[in-house]
Design a protein around this ligand. Sequence first.
Ligand SMILES: Nc1nc2c(ncn2[C@@H]2O[C@H](COP(=O)(O)OP(=O)(O)OP(=O)(O)O)[C@@H](O)[C@H]2O)c(=O)[nH]1
Ligand SMILES: [Mg+2]
Length: 370
Amino acid sequence: MLFAVIIAIAAVVIIGASAFVLLRDRNDGLLIEGRSPSEVEPAPPAGDTLVDEAPVEAPPIVEDAPRPSFRERLATARSALGGYLGSVFSSGKISGDTWDELEEALIRADVGVATSTSIIDAVREKVAAGEIEDTAELPALVKAEIVERLSGFDRSLSTDVVAAGGEPGPAVWLFVGVNGVGKTTTIGKLASREAADGRSLVLAAGDTFRAAAAEQLTMWAERSEVDVVRGAEGADPSSVVFDAVERANARGAEIVMADTAGRLQNKTNLMEELSKVRRVAEKGAGTVTETLLVIDATTGQNGMSQAATFAEAVDVTGVVLTKLDGSAKGGIVVAIHSELGVPVKLVGLGEGINDLVDFDATEFVDALFD
Ligand SMILES: Nc1nc2c(ncn2[C@@H]2O[C@H](COP(=O)(O)OP(=O)(O)OP(=O)(O)O)[C@@H](O)[C@H]2O)c(=O)[nH]1
Ligand SMILES: [Mg+2]
C-alpha cells in the first residue's frame, strides 16, 4: 500500500515538472521572437510543407507602425557624420588645415572623393569671396552645397508608358541589384503602399534562382492581397516577367513589379541575363517605365561601383537606398546623385512594411546635420 502511494506521488511530481518545462520552453520561444504573442504569425496549417522547404525568414510584421521619419531613423548616420565633422566645425578660424580635415570627414562619411572635392572647391570659393571667416559658419555652406547637388531630379515613379516609348498597357517596374540588398523586401513594401493607394498590381517572381525567393515574394503579395506570378525553380526569369505582363494586361492591371535574383556586377553572363529580362518585359504589352537599382547604404562606396555596372546593363531610372536605418553613414546619397546622375527615389528605413519612404532632399540633409 505504502509502495503504491510513493509511486503515485512520484508520478504526480514527474508530470508536474514536465508540464512546467514544456510551458517555460513555449514562453521562451515567444520571447526569442522578440514579439508579443499576438504579433507572432499564426502557425501554418498542418501538412503545409512550404515552411519546412523554404528557410525564408519572414520579415517582421509591423503593419500598424507609422511611416518613420528620416530624423528618427538616421540617428546612427547623424552621429557618425557629427563625429567626423564636429571637430572641423568647432576649430575656430578657417585655415589651410580646415580643408584637409573637411575633405577627410566627407570621404569618411561616404560622400566619395570626386564629390567631396567639388563640394570643398565650391565652399572655398565662397570663403575666398569673404562670405564667412569662422568654421562655425561652415555647416550652413556645406549643407547648401549638398542640397544643391540633390536638387532638380524627378523622383516620381512613372507609369507613363507612352512617355517611355510604349503602347498603352502595363507599366513594368524592374528591381535589380546585388545579393541581399533588399530588392524583394522593397517590392513587398512598395506593393503594399501602391495597393493601398488603389493601384492594381501584379508581382513577378523573377528570382527563379532559389525556390525560397518566390516564397518570400508570395508572402509579401499575400499581405497586400496582390497577384503574384511565379515560375519553376531554375526557369528563365524573362519568361516569368513576360507571363506576369500578360496576366497584368489580361486583367487590366496598371503595374508589374518584377523581382530579380541578386547578382554580382562582375558576372558578365548574369548582367546579360538582366538586359534580356528588360527586353523581354517589353516583348508583349508591357513597357518598362522604371528600372530601380537597389543599393544597400551600409556598403558605402562599394555600392557606387555596383551602380555603374548595373547602369550599363539596364537603363537605371532611379535608386532605392535601403538600410539607411543601420550603420550607413549617409554620404552615399550625395555620391549617387552627383556621380551617377540618377536620383534616389525611395529609401528603406527598416524591415517593416511601412519602412519605405520617398526620398526628400531637404528633410534628409536636415536629419543628417541637425
Ligand atoms: N534594416 C533594414 N533592413 C532591410 C531593409 N531592407 C531590407 N532589409 C533586410 O535585408 C535582408 C535582405 O532583404 P531581401 O529583400 O531578401 O534582399 P534581396 O535583395 O531580395 O536579396 P537576394 O534576393 O538574396 O538578392 C532582409 O533581412 C530584409 O529584412 C531596410 O531598409 N532596413
Ligand atoms: Mg530577393
